[in-house]
Design a protein around this ligand. Structure first.
Ligand code: SF4
Length: 374
């Protein structure tokens, strides 16, 4: 393995050469889905989708944890934040995602104690500083951020923290790939699995998926050269009629993943069925707390918070976007009713959302907006 500086992974000449190789190898148009929203942004920023136009259609998958967090969870978070004894903490993006009754920043404007934190440990520190209040951390993310939450909970348990809990919405990526591939309308020929998730979890869980659904899965990085290489490996397999798990992001991913992080996850979490926004309930698609950590489960501490029936905004087609069935500019609200300043749905809010990526990098697709944001 040759390690390069990050600039080399962004070198336009190298990306052009690698894209040309893919163009020459593809004997027919293939559809390759990148799973992670960070990859989507990199593809649009570098113009990789345009470079491969006609030979590879890059479909954007559900890999934005903010976007797939169910509306019910956002509504529960808001109901918690509105309690006079609760401080709700989460990452900044989560506070801007509209729930049935508006976003958490709106709740803060009406007097709720809602805080932006940069890590779950920051939320635990907040609880230390405010013993008279109960601090709830709204925990979202894939397997990449779950170890930090697990470590924080272990720390909280060891110290006997009484005024801290988590509203958990962590999801697991491999089961979502099964749901996407198995859907009758599936258009996916190959997946680019998210390199950071594979860094933690390894690639073994993808083996039975590649085999059963006869689909190449390539663990791929995030720079333009990573993405064009990952796409090239997927196309090579498709052209040969193969369906294997391959690692493009070998400077970070090992087949066995990060053993310490996996062990930590096993101590704190158990695997459960979990709803993904836009996809529905995904069997084994999420994490819940093990019994030993039940005292830190905000939903058990505040059982009265059963969510009302959530109200999805009718004008938002986020579900179709998250399944790769619709490109953001095809949504009638894109760039008109829905903009980053006034988002209707999570994919326009999050830094990893596909709608935000198109708004930022595809100015021509944005109604009445001739210039892209640099
Ligand atoms: S553009 Fe806005 S309204 Fe349309 S799917 Fe995306 S987030 Fe929803």
């Amino acid at each position: 393995m040759t390690l390069k500086f990050v600039d080399e992974y962004r070198d336009p000449a190298a990306v052009l050469r690698a894209a040309e190789k893919v163009r020459r190898r593809a004997s027919r148009p293939w559809r390759v889905m990148e799973v992670c929203g960070g990859q989507t942004h990199s593809i649009l920023a570098s113009g990789l989708d345009a470079l491969l136009e006609g030979v590879v259609e890059l479909l954007h998958g559900p890999g934005c944890p903010v976007c797939v967090t169910p509306l019910e969870t956002l509504d529960r978070a808001r109901a918690l934040a509105e309690r006079p004894d609760v401080t709700l903490a989460s990452f900044g993006d989560m506070l801007r995602v509209p729930g049935s009754r508006g976003d958490l920043f709106g709740a803060r404007a009406r007097g709720a104690d809602v805080r932006v934190v940069y890590s779950p440990l920051d939320a635990l520190r907040l609880a230390d500083r405010m013993p008279e209040r109960h601090v709830v951390f709204l925990a979202v993310g894939f397997e990449t951020t779950a170890p930090a939450v697990a470590g924080t909970l272990r720390h909280a348990r060891e110290r006997g923290a009484k005024n801290f809990s988590v509203l958990l919405a962590h999801v697991r990526v491999p089961p979502a790939l099964i749901a996407i591939r198995a859907a009758p309308e599936s258009r996916v020929d190959a997946f680019l699995a998210a390199g950071h998730v594979c860094t933690i979890m390894g690639t073994s869980e993808y083996e039975p998926i590649a085999h059963r659904y006869h689909i190449p899965i390539v663990a791929t990085g995030f720079e333009p050269l990573d993405l064009v290489h990952g796409t090239g490996l997927a196309v090579e397999q498709l052209e040969r009629g193969e369906a294997r798990v391959e690692i493009q992001y070998s400077r970070s991913v090992r087949p066995e993943g990060n053993k310490d992080a996996r062990a930590l996850l096993k101590q704190v979490f158990r695997v459960v069925d979990r709803p993904w926004r836009g996809i529905g309930v995904v069997p084994r698609g999420g994490l819940a707390l093990c019994d030993a950590y039940a005292d830190f489960d905000a939903e058990r501490r505040f059982p009265e918070l059963a969510a009302e029936a959530p109200r999805e905004p009718e004008a938002c087609r986020a579900g179709d976007v998250l399944r790769g069935a619709l490109r953001p500019p095809q949504c009638p609200s894109f760039g008109t009713q829905c903009t980053p300043e006034h988002p209707l749905g999570a994919p326009m809010v999050s830094d990893e959302g596909a709608c935000a990526a198109y708004f930022r990098y595809r100015a021509a697709d944005v109604p009445d907006r001739p210039e892209a944001t640099p």
